[in-house]
Design a protein around this ligand. Structure first.
Ligand SMILES: NC(=O)c1ccc[n+]([C@@H]2O[C@H](COP(=O)([O-])OP(=O)(O)OC[C@H]3O[C@@H](n4cnc5c(N)ncnc54)[C@H](OP(=O)(O)O)[C@@H]3O)[C@@H](O)[C@H]2O)c1
Length: 293
């Protein structure tokens, strides 16, 4: 299995959770730039993988508004290069990761994989183009797994930003009108390793942890669980605000909950409630800082 973006949140979780019987070739961005078609072709030809997992992406959602070409180069052309290279290796599959931000969030219901996408942002458009290109080039050898609100004990993510702000300021203001599901990189990695053994599955699937909340609900849970884990000296104040009170470069969907029932049934794997995974992640952070809970 060839893994790209190996130093990212998901890439790291894939390496940590790799089954013992799988031979892995993992490439960080410095080792393989997926925007470079020639480098991708060379790496894939050398490795002759059964499967490629593309954990590389341009994930700076707001910056993508100012750098649409950079986002497109990595999120659309990058996966297309991987798909084209995979075609030259008999039987090679591509597991590609996409995002809830391909949807406009106007539905009140969790989104099904086949619901029509309508991205609101440059990032979302680049990710949607990536989905379409891998399916176009690889057909049934491509599988797109959409996920949402990814975090881990390390990396750039909402959890670590909140923890830092709660420690520095003791108070945060967080939007309470965008709904979705916080999901650990570990949880996605577990689903991807199952998918790697299922060549019968292709097309688009969804995977998140279980449940649904707002960024405010996520932040409140972080405050509670971080206090419990000994990561905060005193309770932090979390104040709900509206998206209109926190303008960002990129527009984000008001609802981006994903319906995961198809992947749950196909993989016979049930996602854990997101708050349980948050607790586990904060305990991991506390252990890393030498604190006991
Ligand atoms: N993070 C989220 O909240 C979220 C939500 C929904 C879906 N997703 C999707 O989930 C997947 C994994 O995201 P993540 O959270 O693990 O992101 P991440 O932590 O930002 O990791 C992405 C990795 O890709 C690398 N990368 C960037 N450009 C590259 C290139 N041209 N060639 C090779 N590697 C490159 C990055 O390296 P540098 O750090 O050096 O740039 C980074 O190591 C992505 O497909 C993302 O779109 C993420």
């Amino acid at each position: 299995v060839l893994i790209t973006g190996a130093a990212g949140q998901l890439g790291s979780a894939l390496l940590q959770r790799a089954p013992a019987d799988v031979e892995i070739r993992a490439y960080t961005r410095a080792e393989l730039d997926i925007g470079d078609a020639h480098a991708v072709e060379t790496a894939v030809q050398l490795t002759q993988p059964d499967c490629i997992i593309n954990a590389a992406a341009y994930t700076a959602v707001d910056r993508a508004e100012d750098e649409p070409d950079a986002a497109y180069g990595i999120n659309a052309l990058g996966p297309a290069h991987l798909a084209q290279a995979a075609r030259a290796v008999a039987g090679c599959r591509l597991l590609h990761i996409s995002t809830d931000y391909v949807f406009d969030g106007r539905s009140q219901q969790p989104y099904q994989p086949q619901d029509p996408p309508n991205p609101l942002s440059s990032y979302g458009r680049s990710k949607l183009a990536g989905e379409q290109l891998v399916v176009k080039h690889l057909g049934t050898h491509a599988l797109v797994l959409r996920t949402a609100w990814v975090y881990a004990a390390r990396g750039r993510n909402f959890l670590l930003t909140m923890l830092r702000l709660m420690r520095e300021r003791g108070a945060v203001r967080v939007v309470n009108d965008q709904h979705g599901t916080p999901t650990t990189a570990d949880s996605i990695a577990t689903a991807l390793w199952r998918l790697a053994r299922r060549p019968d599955l292709s097309g688009i699937l969804h995977w998140t942890d279980n449940g649904r909340d707002t960024w405010y609900g996520f932040a409140q849970a972080i405050a509670e669980e971080a206090l419990r884990a000994g990561l905060l000296p005193k309770p932090a104040t979390v104040t709900p605000i509206a998206t209109a009170d926190y303008p960002t470069r990129a527009h984000r969907p008001a609802n981006s909950a994903l319906d995961c029932s198809a992947s749950i049934a196909a993989l016979e794997l049930t996602p854990r409630p997101w708050k349980e995974n948050l607790r586990t992640t904060l305990e991991e952070i506390a252990a890393g800082e030498g604190r006991t809970t």
